[in-house]
Design a binder for this molecule. Structure first.
Ligand SMILES: Nc1ncnc2c1ncn2[C@@H]1O[C@H](COP(=O)(O)OP(=O)(O)OP(=O)(O)O)[C@@H](O)[C@H]1O
Ligand SMILES: O=P(O)(O)O[C@H]1[C@H](O)[C@H](O)[C@H](OP(=O)(O)O)[C@@H](OP(=O)(O)O)[C@@H]1O
Length: 318
């Protein structure tokens, strides 16, 4: 795009013919970028009269207003709980400032009749919804669906969601990235004590629901100090060896090339002495939620730095 602007001296690479030149001032047609360089040069040399500077600002502003930013329309389908925790007003305002508009998808109308959308963002499950999303994708291949049901499938299960981490086999002189030893219990809870002993899992164990479907139940966690009390729990379950980690964990969010690492408070270490004295299985709350931020916690810098380095190393390879 070109803008006519005035210059007190002919600039290099002028793109204009004599007929475009004004006798008192040489008019120079600049591509947008060159115009800014010349104006800046003139301002630096104090050669542009104040009224001309104001006029240039208005022109530059008017040219940007003339080209309204194309909005990216994001249709979202979230539970009311998720909308409340994720799509907060400050996010909507920030997105709008960046030309992104969130529009709620009406779950009582066919998805195909709604839009048009540039992106469909959803965190809903169920056969009907997955069918509607798949049908929409086929008829709107240009729309980015986050995420396609087949890509989410692996994350709906606390065993399969860790497959990629297990396959990474990432280790170096500073340490390794791996999954705690675990086993899946699909049926008969009375078999748990025998299965745990046979698998050689070390106590204490964290018992987690195998299914991850966004419900509160899918976050119900238990800490077991002996394997016998585990038979009180309801399969399907993942039983994972508890890993002492100093009560602080790091959550890593990766979207494309963007990586965000946050520190959260977590379960405290379990000492050998405590393990020898305590028996039973205890439910614990969601200890590491956003409200449990430890970003400002006083951590030993060497520990934090080392863990962060490994996390970033892991993030780039994931
Ligand atoms: N193997 C483990 N060793 C020690 N602590 C653990 C282990 N697994 C889980 N925890 C503790 O339990 C908490 C919840 O575990 P996890 O993150 O697997 O469940 P979640 O439901 O996905 O949590 P959220 O959705 O809140 O991130 C962790 O934040 C951590 O404090
Ligand atoms: O620590 P955060 O806030 O990232 O924890 C998230 C968690 O990672 C999951 O995204 C939860 O979503 P669901 O699996 O759908 O439950 C979030 O739960 P929410 O109820 O706050 O949306 C956690 O915040």
């Amino acid at each position: 795009m070109f803008i006519a602007t005035a210059s007190l001296y002919p600039a290099r690479n002028t793109h204009c013919t004599d007929s475009q030149r004004h006798p008192s001032l040489s008019y120079t047609i600049f591509p947008q970028t060159k115009k800014k360089r010349v104006l800046r040069a003139m301002r630096i040399h104090g050669e542009m009269p104040p009224e001309k500077e104001e006029e240039e600002k208005v022109k530059s502003l008017s040219s940007s207003i003339q080209q309204p930013q194309k909005l990216v329309v994001v249709g979202y389908a979230l539970t009311s709980k998720k909308k409340k925790s994720f799509l907060q007003p400050k996010l909507e305002v920030l997105a709008r400032d960046k030309g992104i508009l969130f529009v709620a998808i009406d779950l009582n109308r066919p998805l195909l009749d709604q839009g048009p959308f540039d992106v469909v963002l959803h965190k809903l499950l169920g056969k009907d919804w997955c069918g509607a999303i798949e049908d929409y994708r086929k008829k709107n291949p240009e729309v980015a669906v986050l995420d396609p049901p087949d890509a989410i499938e692996q994350l709906l299960n606390r065993q399969s969601m860790l497959n990629d981490v297990t396959d990474l086999n990432l280790s170096d002189s500073y340490g390794k990235v791996c999954v705690p030893r675990q086993m899946v219990i699909n049926n008969d809870p009375s078999s748990i004590p025998h299965e745990v002993t046979r698998a050689g899992l070390k106590l204490p164990l964290v018992a987690k629901p195998l299914v991850v479907d966004g419900t509160a139940k899918s976050h119900e966690m238990f800490l077991a100090y002996d394997q016998f009390s585990l038979s009180e729990l309801e399969p399907p379950l993942v039983l994972q060896e508890f890993v002492n980690h100093g009560g602080i964990l790091f959550k890593v969010y990766i979207v494309g090339e963007a990586i965000k690492v946050v520190r959260r408070f977590s379960l405290p270490n379990v000492t050998k002495q405590e393990l020898s004295k305590v028996e039973g299985v205890f439910r614990f709350p969601r200890v590491s939620s956003a409200a449990a931020s430890a970003d400002d916690a006083d951590l030993d810098p060497s520990v934090a730095g080392e863990i962060l380095r490994n996390i970033l190393l892991f993030s780039f390879r994931f």
